[in-house]
Write a protein that binds this ligand. Sequence first.
Ligand code: HEC
Length: 187
Amino acid sequence: MRIWVLALTAVLTVSAPVFTPTLAHEGATGVIAERQKKMKALSEAMKALGAMVNSQSALDATTVQTIANLIAGVGGQNMVDMFPQGSVDAATSGARPEIWQNWDKFKHLADEMLHQAQTLAQTTSGQPTLRPPAPFGGGGGGAMLGGQNVMGGGPSGMPVDMTVRMNFMHLSSTCKSCHTDFRIKKH
Ligand code: HEC
């Protein structure tokens, strides 16, 4: 996991173009190739988070936090900067021209991604391990009383692991909202 996080860090934080031809679309160049590479890395990050967040075992909060912070680093203004006016190319890019016609909405979704990723990072901050939630319908008296949710409540009073799951779902729906409005799936 550590090596994987390092690789992801490289893609998400290096702003100079890195030559990784397998990640960008064939023919895509410059800012389009660069943002596709970052989006791919975001997708890997979300897959890794999803696997952890939905796992039945205790999860490593530090890794969740690291990945959430990496995602946050690509959100907001940094995401907006990856879409300069006119960076459309029907042959290589899935970016819809509507991005620049609905710029405020696009910016809002980029900010929302930043915000949701930051919330996820904050929820996991200082929590070395997150326990899985108590199974519905009761999971045995001992577990109900002391074994589960030992970290106490999250900021909203929910068990931390439930909060993490909800934060993850909110983040994931931000990706989807923006793609629904501004991305052509097949290109
Ligand atoms: C503010 C809008 C926005 C947000 C938020 C956003 N995306 Fe995207 N995404 C796009 C657009 C637009 C494209 C098409 C880019 C292009 O091809 O030029 C894209 C493309 C992609 C691609 C395809 C990359 C490729 O190789 O062509 C993936 C995968 C992806 N996004 C994953 C994610 C994930 C995961 C998240 C959330 C963590 C996310 N995106 C958040 C707008 C967004």
